[in-house]
Every structure is written in structure tokens, then in C-alpha cells.
Unconditional design. Structure first.
Length: 369
């Protein structure tokens, strides 16, 4: 009815504003879904019973609802679009390559996805096709099926585009590939294909069980799910970092020392194994692998900082290299693992981590202006 369509448009616009990239795929899938169903006569040509219960919404009102979604989506889309157009094409391309092939390759580059991911999602895709054949085709099911189908099409297109550098190296298609992959073509299928398979299996079981057994089956499956999650949490306690319990305690102690014993404007280089340093220590980091910029110029600077760290500290933290690092970056402290070789005496250490003060090294040499 009109209220449901209005709320759908409202929340769709909010979703686009919240995450413009994923929202863009949602919008394309929604338009494609209703376009296909419209062409096949599945939207307006409902059964006489449905038409008597839910009167058809006027075309003008539907356009109004789509307009609401469009206006709300612009709130998030315009700032994101600004990041794409306010830099030179070459800078934008360099930043895109860093994002797609280095920083977020595990999300964006299908050539580095593990084989297990292809097997798992290939199985889900087969299940998806089978469910389309055997699940009773109610109107909500048709809409969901077409919507998820579009998401699968986007993901398959992303895989093809991701192979361009291997198939057409050095060509315009090679350069086009990262520019398209940066828009996360796999994100919707990642989430919705498993969801749709689970929903379809339940619909299939519900049809076999009948109305009387359905409620009992829901309670049984819910109990199994809750108990299973509880047992899993006991056997595999959730950790918000990759550290062991003792390492995490030492990390928090080191961050507490930093917060209490260093100046508020101190700059730190921290171990890649670190976790939420800015939150717990309330100090700035010279480089953070996880906290990468979103704009092209920022990504290029991020990559240059990472390259400097590789050049200087690939094997150990020697005094000479630390002096060079201090001169180039004006970093004040280094927080690394206790077992990492370093020529300086620690200013503070615990069982897992050590903090080194670079301020006592030679002052930076004045640079030519």
C-alpha cells in the first residue's frame, strides 16, 4: 500500500545517505527489480483479491516516493562524489590503484580472493538457482528473488572486470578495472546471497511442515540457534583484536602509560598488531594500516608513509634508521613488540610491548625551503 511504499522510500534514501556506495547498488537493484516485474506484469497485474485489499497506488504518488528516496540519498552521495572529482585524473587513478590493489584488495580484487570463497559462494549460487525452481512463488518471494538476482549479477560483473588486468594488460580495460572495482560490486551479494538461501530453505521447509508444525519448528530452530551461539562463544571467546589475552592486557597498560606520561601532541609510530591506539592512548599515529584515508591524495600519502617504514625498518629498528625517521617525520615515540630488535633503551616496557623515546636523538637537520 501507499504507506509501505512511502516507508520503503524513506528508509531506502536514509540507507543511501548512510553508505552511498552500497546505497548506489541498492538503488540499481531496486530499479532493476521493479523494472523487470513491471515488464512481466507482476506489479500492477495482481490477483483480484490483492487488488481488493490493497488498492493500486497512483503512478504520481509512486514517483513522489522515489523522489523522496532520491533527495535523501543526495545527502550522502554528493560529499562522496566530491571526493572523486576534485582531484586531477592521474592523482585519482593512483589513489584508486592503492585502494583496490593494496589497501582493500581482500574486499575489491577478485584475483586475490581465496579459492574457498569461490567454492562457498558457488555453492550458494547453485542453491539460489534451485530454490528459485522449488520454492512457491509468492509476491514477496518474487521481489526478493529478483532483487538478490541483480546483486549476483553485479558480483559476477565485478569478477569479469577484475580479470581485465590479467586478460588485457597495459590496455584501457586494464586502467578501467580498478576504477570500477572501487565501488564494491561484491558487497551486496556477500550479504544477501547467504541470507536469501537461508530464507528460501525456511520457506521450503514451511511448505512441507504445514501451518500446524511451523510454529513448533520455529521454536526448535530458534532454540538450537541460541544454544549453538552460546556454546560457540564459550569454546571460542570473542576478541576485539588479534592479540592474546595477556598481550591485550599489556597493550592496554602501554596505552595507559602513553596517555599519562606523554604530551597530548606527541606523535607515535605503533606496531601493526596494535589495536585502537587513538582510543585508548588518545595520541596521534604516524601511520595506521587500518585507518586509511578515503580521498586519493590522502591514500597516496598513506602509501608513501608505509613505503618509508618498509625501507627503514624491514629487519630491525637501528639507531641510524631511527634518526633518519625522526628527521623525516618528527615522530616522538615508537611503540613496538618487546621482541622486535631495537638499538635504543626502552622508556617503558612490559611483557609484550616496549616504548622508545626518539626525542633524545639528534635534532632534525634544517631542510632547504
Amino acid at each position: 500500500n501507499s504507506g509501505e511504499i512511502g516507508m520503503g522510500a524513506l528508509w531506502g534514501g536514509v540507507a543511501i545517505a548512510f553508505h552511498p556506495v552500497v546505497g548506489m547498488w541498492h538503488l540499481l537493484a531496486s530499479v532493476g527489480t521493479f523494472g523487470i516485474l513491471k515488464l512481466r506484469g507482476k506489479i500492477d497485474a495482481e490477483s483480484s483479491h490483492e487488488q481488493s485489499v490493497q488498492p493500486k497506488v497512483r503512478q504520481g504518488r509512486r514517483r513522489l516516493y522515489w523522489g523522496i528516496a532520491f533527495v535523501l540519498g543526495l545527502v550522502g552521495f554528493l560529499p562522496a562524489a566530491y571526493l572523486l572529482v576534485h582531484v586531477s585524473p592521474e592523482i585519482a587513478y593512483q589513489g584508486t590503484r592503492i585502494q583496490v590493489y593494496r589497501r582493500l584488495a581482500h574486499h575489491l580484487n577478485p584475483l586475490v580472493f581465496p579459492a574457498t570463497a569461490y567454492w562457498c559462494y558457488g555453492g550458494l549460487l547453485v542453491a539460489f538457482v534451485l530454490l528459485l525452481r522449488f520454492v512457491p512463488r509468492s509476491r514477496p518471494w518474487r521481489i526478493c528473488a529478483v532483487y538478490v538476482g541483480w546483486c549476483v549479477v553485479f558480483a559476477l560483473a565485478g569478477i569479469i572486470v577484475g580479470c581485465f588486468p590479467r586478460w588485457f594488460p597495459g590496455t584501457s580495460l586494464d586502467r578501467l578495472s580498478p576504477r570500477l572495482l572501487k565501488f564494491y560490486p561484491f558487497r551486496m551479494a556477500d550479504l544477501l546471497l547467504p541470507w536469501f538461501v537461508v530464507l528460501g530453505v525456511w520457506e521450503l521447509l514451511s511448505g512441507w511442515l504445514g501451518d500446524q508444525r511451523r510454529a513448533a519448528a520455529q521454536l526448535l530452530l530458534s532454540a538450537i540457534l541460541v544454544c549453538g551461539i552460546g556454546v560457540w562463544q564459550v569454546l571460542h571467546p570473542f576478541r576485539s583484536s588479534s592479540m592474546t589475552a595477556s598481550e591485550e592486557n599489556d597493550w592496554l597498560e602501554a596505552c595507559e602509560w602513553v596517555r599519562k606520561e606523554t604530551l597530548g601532541n606527541a606523535l607515535f609510530l605503533t606496531t601493526r598488531k596494535g589495536w585502537a591506539f587513538k582510543w585508548y592512548a588518545e595520541r596521534a599515529e604516524y601511520f595506521s594500516h587500518k585507518d586509511a584515508p578515503q580521498d586519493a591524495a590522502g591514500l597516496i600519502a598513506w602509501e608513501e608513509r608505509q613505503r618509508l617504514l618498509w625501507e627503514l625498518f624491514a629487519e630491525k629498528f637501528s639507531r641510524d634508521d631511527l634518526e633518519i625517521f625522526r628527521e623525516k617525520t618528527e615522530t616522538d615515540f615508537v611503540l613496538i613488540g618487546r621482541g622486535t630488535p631495537c638499538d635504543l633503551p626502552p622508556a617503558h616496557a612490559n611483557g609484550s610491548f616496549a616504548i622508545y623515546d626518539l626525542r633524545n636523538l639528534n635534532e632534525p637537520v634544517a631542510r632547504d625551503q
